[in-house]
Design a protein around this ligand. Structure first.
Ligand code: G4P
Length: 280
């Protein structure tokens, strides 16, 4: 799912989110663990102030574990709860529930003091497109989710998924927009595949990726492609083309094919577990 955002989209999404915020106690924000900064929209801090905040570092299966831990510590220092996650697997969901309960303890305690009993904590999932919101809701809510599906006759309005006696989840996620004005952010979003490939210069993108990997993960390109990392990125890519048999008519090395190969292998995790940005 690739996105294109226009000012109209953003205004509408923001208004919707402001409305939904009134209904909830906890914001569950998904970020992409490979680019935890670039996959956030800072407006969420304003929109979600006064709410308990949980950041899920999703697609952690593709990210560098050490960096994921560093990012979690970074977010925790800033007052968020944080959990690493592969939203496709049910295995990590117990940890999410534990933290959801912890994050909401304060509110439940307040309710108890006021004599309000058994009011479940209400939560909402938010994040930029493609970060894994629907996958997370489906895996986390399991079968309960299908009950509230888009059936004709189901009353329009807010649908809540009851996760257990203590937690309810809004069934539609809130969509945030990325900070595309920032070029570095744009490059990171392009690398993880969140911007239409057709509008990208993949040759150039792969050269940027090669430079960044050689710096942050020395030895990785050498191990995968049998190339020398000391050379300039264009020469290195040419060597990838030769070693991986990317050729065009006349047996010429196919530079663009090699560029796509490197990007695809990064996105699918075949190159290794990689994080592209690091906590300040
Ligand atoms: P969204 O609602 O936030 O837009 O994202 P969505 O759940 O549609 O997920 C976007 C893509 O990311 C999907 O792949 C999904 O399978 C994948 N994904 C979600 N969570 C994880 C995760 O923790 N790890 C990994 N590796 N992938 C994850 P897709 O290619 O668009 O579809 P498909 O391959 O599932 O058919």
């Amino acid at each position: 799912m690739h996105f294109q955002w226009y000012p109209g989209h953003m205004t509408k999404a923001k208004r919707q989110m402001q409305e939904d915020m009134k209904l909830i106690d906890l914001v569950i924000e998904l970020v992409d663990a490979r680019i935890p900064y670039s996959s956030r929209n800072p407006d969420i801090d304003e929109l979600g102030k006064h709410k308990a905040r949980l950041i899920l570092m999703n697609k952690a299966d593709l990210a560098d574990e050490g960096q994921t831990q560093a990012w979690m510590a970074h977010f925790q220092e800033k007052g968020y709860f944080a959990v690493r996650l592969d939203a496709r697997s049910r295995a990590g969901m117990k940890a999410v529930t534990d933290v959801v309960m912890e994050a909401c303890n304060e509110k439940m305690e307040r309710d108890r003091k006021r004599g309000i009993k058994n009011r479940p904590v209400r939560a909402m999932v938010v994040g930029i497109p493609n970060v894994g919101k629907s996958t997370f809701i489906n895996t986390y809510a399991g079968k309960a989710c299908t009950k509230t599906g888009n059936k004709p006759g189901v009353t329009k309005g807010k649908q809540w998924i009851r996760l257990n006696k203590n937690v309810e989840l809004l069934d539609t996620p809130g969509i945030l927009w990325p900070k595309f004005e920032d070029q570095a952010v744009g490059q990171n979003l392009a690398l993880i595949g969140s911007i239409k490939d057709e509008i990208l210069n993949k040759d150039e993108l792969s050269l940027q990726l090669i430079k960044r990997l050689a710096e942050a993960y020395p030895g990785m390109l050498e191990r995968r492609y049998g190339v020398e990392e000391g050379q300039e990125a264009p020469e290195l890519l040419m060597q990838v083309a030769k070693n991986r048999n990317c050729v065009k008519k006349g047996n010429e090395p196919d530079y663009s094919k090699a560029a796509s190969l490197v990007i695809d292998e990064f996105r699918s995790g075949q190159l290794g577990k990689i994080t592209l940005e690091f906590p300040a």
